[in-house]
Design a protein around this ligand. Structure first.
Ligand code: FAD
Ligand code: DHB
Length: 391
């Protein structure tokens, strides 16, 4: 099989890239190791930055998002039983975010791709990328038990943190930067209307908690738990009791309970692989970088990467110049590091580090006080949350 751009992975990065290239008249093939049902059900991100919303609309993939997504103009920070609202449009000159689940973004993009895009092969596992330094890179893959080769002009590894694309970078070229955290998130989906109309980020001595949502009738909630926690250790009642404690306010706010339909634990990690390009192999999304989820940057970073790649390749087609492709890694990494900084700041400001001493805890409260007392500090949070420019 032969194509212009071989895309490994049908997460948000790979699927959106296929759509952007299709719209630009560039053909591609997407290889995805899992089946369609798995990709469409995997519970993950829920918050789209303004820039991501704009990109999906421009790509022709925003119709259902505009109908069913929930526009959010702020978040609440909760600590010391007090509540503080951060008003995004007032602080950023009109920006907001959209609650629309990653599962839905993927479903919409898959439907478009299957309707009029290039091939999207499920249960097609990439085994290795070869010849990245040549002008004919190849992806070896296995589909329906048969090994095959996809010959390309370019390969984009959108295969997530555990994918194979990154392994094709020579060791002497790769530099990685990493930090792990001694806690994770226990996430639940519950069939109950969200108890607040905006997201609530709560810092509590017992640990962080987050109230989010998937629709007007489905709540998404997260609890900080120790690293390595098994979700099955947490009964439904224990989860609701713990959420009640961490969200408690002085003004008697209450959390509505409902049937829990899903629970799982996510580890927390910060990770960046530099560079994001080797020859004709490019990395995008979680394949190149991971942020801890606090602040909801992962999917939005993936979108920025593939927009940057699609623009660069279109520029080459139109002008013959490799200038933007050559700048791909540096362009993406500038934005990636801003998101790493913000996600780290949000994580360390809101979570209870089991090793923190009294000084650390006082500092944490001082950081929260600063955000609520200084318009400049609050503006910094609002600008970062609603998103950094792409490119
Ligand atoms: P992935 O979604 O991981 O997709 C990679 C794809 O490649 C997968 O489908 C995988 O099956 C496939 N693949 C892997 N190996 C191979 C192979 N060898 N061959 C073929 N296919 C392969 N981000 C946000 O922006 N906002 C949020 O609110 C948010 N909340 C989150 C909450 C949680 C609990 C978690 C875990 C993450 C959250 N994120 C959030 C992060 C976000 O989900 C990821 O950053 C996003 O999925 C990255 O997209 P991707 O396409 O790069 O990678
Ligand atoms: C969600 C995830 C996040 O990481 C976050 O900061 C906000 C919301 C969510 O899954 O809804």
């Amino acid at each position: 099989m032969r194509t212009t751009v071989g895309i490994i992975g049908a997460g948000p990065a790979g699927l959106l890239l296929a759509r952007l290239l299709h719209n630009a008249g560039i053909d591609s093939v997407v290889l995805e190791s899992r089946d369609r049902d798995y990709v469409e059900r995997r519970q993950r991100a829920g918050i789209l930055e303004q820039g991501t919303v704009d990109v999906l609309r421009e790509a022709g993939a925003g119709e259902r998002m505009d109908r069913e997504g929930l526009r959010h103009d702020g978040i609440e920070l909760r600590f010391g039983k007090r509540r503080h609202r951060v008003d995004f449009p007032a602080l950023t000159g009109g920006k907001s975010v959209m609650v629309y689940a990653q599962t839905e973004v993927c479903k919409d993009l898959i439907a478009l791709q299957l309707k009029d895009g290039g091939p999207l092969l499920f249960e097609a596992e990439a085994l290795a990328v070869e010849g990245a330094e040549t002008d004919r890179p190849r992806v070896r893959f296995r589909h329906e038990g048969v090994e095959d080769v996809l010959e390309c002009d370019y390969v984009v590894g959108c295969d997530g943190f555990w994918g194979v694309a990154r392994r094709a970078f020579p060791a002497e070229l790769s530099r990685t930067f990493e930090r792990t955290y001694p806690f994770g998130w226990l996430g639940i989906l519950a069939d109950v209307a969200p108890s607040h109309d905006e997201l609530v980020y709560a810092r509590h001595d017992r640990g962080f908690a987050l109230l989010s949502m998937r629709s007007p009738s489905v709540s998404r909630l997260y609890l900080q738990v120790p690293e390595g926690t098994d979700a099955e250790e947490w009964s439904d009642e224990r989860i609701w009791d713990e959420l009640d404690r961490r969200f408690e306010t002085a003004d008697g706010w209450t959390l509505e309970r409902g049937p829990i339909t899903q629970k799982s634990v996510t580890p927390m990690r910060s990770y960046v692989h530099e560079p994001m390009r080797h020859g004709r192999l490019f990395l995008a999304g979680d394949a190149a970088h991971i942020v801890p989820p606090t602040g909801a940057k992962g999917l939005n970073l993936a979108v920025g990467d593939v927009v940057t790649f699609a623009r660069a390749l279109t520029h080459r087609d139109e002008t013959g110049s490799d200038e933007l492709l050559d700048a791909y890694s540096a362009t993406c990494l500038r934005r990636v590091w801003q998101a790493e900084r913000f996600s780290y700041d949000m994580t360390t400001m809101l979570h209870r580090d089991p090793e923190a001493n009294g000084f650390d805890l006082r500092l944490q409260l001082a950081r929260l006080e600063r955000v609520t007392a200084s318009r400049a500090a609050e503006t910094d949070l609002a600008e970062s949350y609603t998103g950094f420019p792409i490119g």
